[in-house]
Design a protein around this ligand. Structure first.
Ligand SMILES: [Zn+2]
Length: 161
């Protein structure tokens, strides 16, 4: 289980080494850019407490939520309020998409529209739940939207300065 003290130590080490947390996935990335990402598979309550912890550390991260979770209902009034509050703390919120829930990847666009309308945001980055086949071609995007397994976020390349 998550341990706040250990997480604090990790955050401190990253910050002490000059890394700079960012939620601007499509902005300029350099060797100091740090994307902290939370794929929320189980508990929005827990995500919310983590978001508060990070907020108190003055650290912003990105929270990805599922529409197809068996563990939570993203659209309950209570959970929508928590997710909006996470965004209000300065964190980014977006979609944690499970491609195995559908026959066609095009269904991503349905989820995207629902998520954007519900939370009044524009999705610019997606995290894929259990990517499996996506790892064969990790640079694939979803209907033009970037996803977190792309090389740009994992590999050193010419864009780093
Ligand atoms: Zn997941």
């Amino acid at each position: 289980m998550f341990n706040t003290e250990k997480y604090q130590n990790i955050i401190n080490k990253l910050l002490d080494n000059g890394l700079e947390p960012s939620t601007n996935w499509n902005g300029k990335i350099n060797s100091k850019t740090l994307f902290l990402r939370h794929d929320v598979d189980f508990s929005i309550d827990f995500a919310h407490s983590l978001a508060k912890f990070e907020f108190n550390q003055n650290v912003q991260s990105t929270y990805f939520f599922m529409l197809t979770s068996n563990m939570y209902n993203l659209f309950s009034n209570y959970n929508r309020t928590l997710v909006k509050n996470i965004a209000e703390m300065g964190h980014k919120i977006s979609l944690h998409f499970d491609p195995s829930a559908y026959e066609s990847l095009e269904k991503f666009l349905d989820e995207k529209k629902i998520f954007e309308n519900t939370f009044e945001i524009n999705i610019e980055i997606v995290s894929i739940h259990r990517p499996r086949l996506f790892l064969n071609d990790n640079n694939i995007n979803l209907s033009g939207i970037a996803q977190t397994y792309q090389d740009i976020y994992f590999k050193k390349n010419e864009i780093y300065i």
